[in-house]
Design a binder for this molecule. Structure first.
Ligand code: PGA
Length: 250
């Protein structure tokens, strides 16, 4: 039985004062939920704040990106070992908002995935298709290709203690979540793809769903067989709504 995982992705929101308020509300509402794991991914400048506030709680924290390189002359980049200095345990990789805006290739994403793994960080690899791709019926081909870059270079076993988040691009921030059936069918495909090469890894792989999750639709999504939790954007900025989603998963 895989333990469910709910991840807050704050994206580029917050400041010291509002984070303090939101994290205090997280602590008050979420630390009594012991049946799932909860993680909050914050912008880099707030990692020390989140570390100071959450270090003695059950809530873990993460970053929203990392460098594909370990060290060197890469202005503006942040390495995996720097994240470790701030107690980070999870890192989001290849979120579509980055992949499109900053032209991240599947190869770059694969390298970031391995940087995270090599440094003992749990990668949360985002995959998903656009609306045009879904309407054309090629969504499994698109997601399959995103996974293949990692599987063909490093082998399927690297997914063993990793997290994949299925994030249909048409569902992110649109208020239009995938149905439980649409998500289940893709989650099953993802697990099957890893299982074809490594059954043990496929069994322990956590596959989250992300895209307009709310406390209302979370109830249906979180009881679905291959959905092991969620990656939550907008609703994670409101402690009460985020609590509702965590309770639905717990
Ligand atoms: P959303 O974002 O919940 O605001 O749709 C999800 C995500 O980007 O992971």
């Amino acid at each position: 039985m895989r333990r469910k995982l709910v991840v807050a992705n704050w994206k580029m929101h917050g400041n010291l004062a509002s984070n303090k308020e939101l994290l205090s509300a997280y602590i008050e509402k979420l630390t009594s939920i012991t049946t799932i794991d909860v993680v909050v991914c914050v912008p880099y400048p707030y990692l020390s704040q989140v570390q100071a506030m959450l270090q003695n709680t059950s809530i873990a924290w993460g970053a929203q990106n990392l460098s594909k390189d370990a060290v060197g002359a890469f202005t503006g980049e942040v390495s995996a070992s720097m994240l470790k200095d701030f107690g980070v345990s999870y890192v989001i990789i290849g979120h579509s908002e980055r992949a499109t805006a900053y032209c991240e290739s599947d190869e770059n994403i694969a390298m970031k995935f391995m940087q995270a793994k090599t440094h003992g960080l749990t990668p949360i690899l985002c995959v998903g298709e656009t609306l045009i791709e879904r309407e054309a019926g090629v969504m499994q081909m698109v997601v399959g290709k995103q996974l293949d870059t990692i599987i063909n270079t490093y082998g399927a076993s690297v997914f063993g203690d990793a997290v994949v988040s299925y994030e249909p691009i048409w569902a992110i921030g649109t208020g239009l979540a995938a149905s439980a059936e649409q998500a289940q069918s893709m989650h099953e495909f993802i697990r099957g793809k890893v299982a074809a090469q490594d059954k043990v890894a496929a069994n322990s792989l956590k596959i989250l769903y992300g895209g307009s999750v709310t406390p209302r639709n979370a109830v249906q999504l979180m009881v679905t067989q291959d959905i092991d939790g969620g990656l939550i954007g907008r609703c994670s900025l409101n402690a009460q709504e985020f609590e509702g989603i965590c309770l639905a998963a717990g």
